[in-house]
Design a protein around this ligand. Sequence first.
Ligand SMILES: [Zn+2]
Length: 219
Amino acid sequence: MSGDSPAMFGDNSVLIVVDIQNDFCPGGALAVPRGDEVVPIVNRLAAKFRHVVLTQDWHPQGHLSFASSHPGKQPFETITVAYGPQILWPDHCVQTTWGAEFHKSLQIAHAGLIVRKGADRSIDSYSAFYENDRKTQTGLAGYLRERGLTRVFLAGLALDFCVRYSAEDARREDFAVFVIEDACRGIDIGGSIAATHRSFAALGISCLATREFASNNPT
Ligand SMILES: [Zn+2]
């Protein structure tokens, strides 16, 4: 493939690849159904972008989002913490474990930045931009602005949590936002996928399909 990007994915566009890690794929601790299917799709997609950022859920042991940290609680229950409601999850993406590693078939060597999130034991972080207290910034918005990246494309896991929150925050930070939906898979807890689509429509977040990219960049 040539090193030139088509205009659509040129110097002002960035692909953010969300949480394609072992624990979010089949066989992992918090598997997104068919999550591994996105890996080859995202590999092909990333090759069309000059600028790529990866995110990596990266929790210490005993993280507040783990049901095991709250005696008597079960995964997928919701509790109230200092910053509001928090869904409890199975232990997942513990720092330096296999589950926290990127899927072995993810091949995006040219990614310029890896954003690790959820590393504070007392705050969960779905979004690549803000932790779940909605105040603590990861620094990603500043990075994108300094690089002149104004168009944010998102793919990865899970559509209705980390991709959704990242897309919403990118929009609030005034980036143009596009979610490449067939390059995502969702968990769907309590209607969360439908809620995600309603939110995207309300915020002006566009959903695209990878075939719309192929037509712009025949290979
Ligand atoms: Zn997590």
